[in-house]
Design a protein around this ligand. Sequence first.
Ligand SMILES: [Cu+2]
Length: 346
Amino acid sequence: MRPTVRELGLLMIPVLVAAACAPTYEVAGTTAADSGGSHAPQATAWDRNGEPSDAWEPRNARLEPAPEGDLHEITIRASEIEKEVAPGVEQTVWTYDDLFPGPVFRGKVGDTFRFTLINDGNVGHSIDFHSSKVAPNDEMRTIERGDELIYEFEAKHAGVFMYHCGTDPVLQHTGMGQHGVMIIDPPDLPDVDHEFWLLQHEIYMGSMNEQYDKMEAAAWDAVVFNGYPYQYVHAPLDGIEPDERVRIWLMNNGPSEQTSFHVIGTIFDTVYKEGSYRLHPDRDGPGGAQAIDLPASTGGFVEMTFDVPGVYKFVDHKFANLPKGAVGLMLVGDHDDAAEADDDGH
Ligand SMILES: [Cu+2]
């Protein structure tokens, strides 16, 4: 059973998160008044202080090691489902394997991935792995309901890569949820105590037409990690002790927003972005990074330790996205005292 914020004794945390944000929720610039009376998309009023439904389950953000072997044969199914995307909001989303966002894939340089894509949806779908070098008109072609294709490639480059449906309009297929992350480990990647994956993306709410209107206007209703606003406030990342090394793999799948990922209360000593180390303790120490910036469709990882027990927030430091859901929590060590301190206003 998933832990609730209440069970963890952290009832004040979402309240504090909310208190730090604007008291009323509205996507700026999308009201008729703001846009001079035009038919600009309206924000969906979801309750950011609301609880997920009883049926909701948090997405596991712990990252598993790459599977053994150098050939990965995987079947992936394009699908169209109804899903809870925020407290009180259920809507049609387009997915892979019924996951929003899609499954995480991991391998190493030199591995071969042989995907069989099957379309279970009602409209044409496709898949585009940014980790591959293939003919777009072949492997990335759109297939209709009931059809399938083989998409095979050798992973030649290390990094954190987006995949998404490339069927026209690509903004709609990606924006409705057909996207995910593939991690190709850099050679000699050191072991760490904890690995997590966080995929930042937008959610556009409403009917399919309303969602698409908002995508074109870049008027997202939510900015989230791994599919749900405040997901890891409701179900914090835990099991971390002080001085343990934590690696967070980050991908920004947009489709349109950027991010500046920051963890409040610590400093990154390692930053890997788009195929290379931007900061490495052996080479650059004692240099530190406060954030990693990721425009749409870029990825990397950051590493950090925590000096003392506490409740640590991770955020998109573009603060306009805090009231839209881009906040999570990591619980480090015996954190009760820290939580009480937070209760008093940090
Ligand atoms: Cu699609």
